[in-house]
Design a protein around this ligand. Sequence first.
Ligand code: PMT
Length: 409
Amino acid sequence: MGRGRRLMHGHCERMDVPMKKQHIVLGVTGSIAVYKVADLTSRLVKAGYVVDVVMSKAAQEFVQPLTFQALTHRPVVTEMFTLHSEMAVEHIALAERADVLLIAPATANIIAKLRHGFADDMLSCTALATRAPIIIAPAMNDRMYENPVTQENIRVLQERGITFVGPGEGYLACGTMGRGRLTDVLDIYDAVKMVLGRRGDLAGRKIVVTAGGTEEPVDPVRCITNRSSGKMGYALAEAARDRGAEVHLITGPGSLRTPYGVRLTAVRTAREMLAAVEAATRDCDVLFMAAAVSDYRVAEAAQEKIKKSAGAPTLELVRNPDILASLTGDFVKVGFAAESQNLLANARAKLTSKGLSIIVANDITRAGSGFGTDTNEATLLFADGRQEDLPLMTKARLAHIILDRTADL
Ligand code: PMT
């Protein structure tokens, strides 16, 4: 135990799933992409959302309502007037119950109907009657999408505050290549979380997060880097987005999917990261430095590939700038420390020398902790001397706890 007060873990911790059951009304219209939305529905249900599916007549030509009923464990709404319905005026009940109305896949037809306020089926009635935010994920032939009428409909709906996610570009069911395919379901899933979190406790806050390892060139082929995957930083960026923050993620090279709704700047070297972080923190509230920044770079990287026939090369290394230590401004600085020995002493020294409010110390020798894993075990050290030991948990959940403690400051 350090000198500080030890906080008990397990109280008021946020989960990476919604605490209160939130209600999604999912409108499904007639497109071959309906089958992808079955996967999306399953993800939403697993994450703890209550999902009520409304299917248009055309959607039922592609997939049976039974598919969605089995996934949601709830009746699927297909008719405007059903005598056996539990609700007298079902479209109003659905409209009021919704925390968000998601339409995916959304055809050109439903987009046109929404723009003009038609109410001739269950989904368009619900859309007209709801005060919940609406998200539309279009899916259609590229020419239908590019048609000025569709483009104008989308623009008008966007001006009314409706969020559009996608469409994506690529191979279309009609055999052509173009823009119009349903976007990645993970992006739609993220858009739901982002829209539901818009009025969260970080609404209006600007947050900069760094992630991943930097890469220092040795020659055009080789580089000095480290084992950071970026998962911790990306988890923080997504968690902050889902609580209403405007997030700028600055990341070293990696293979992680760009999170929806997050501004991303890709960098390679420590000096590139410094320049990007300097610019991004000019008007931010908090900087989270989860990146593993290379402390050294090769003094002069070779212009051509170093040949082994020339013998073992000697590399002269010079210090990189310390990004966290060099930045000052009217924002909170939260750092990370990945250590293999003397975890707390080393982390505390960094907390002080870099002028941080919090440092997240992770012991990389522990199983499931540190580089590349989906989980992490960390101790939070605060500038005022407090210490909070946290158990092994997902990086997503740890991200929420770090945000909770930062928001408390
Ligand atoms: O990306 P993952 O695979 O998910 O792994 C996550 C992680 C282990 C990389 C992450 O949780 C973590 O601990 N990141 C910090 C890695 C580290 O060891 O940092 P450091 O002890 O070298 O530096 C301390 C702090 O100063 C860090 O916030 C670092 O971003 C910052 N720093 C370091 C060097 C430098 N030149 N400039 C800096 O700003």
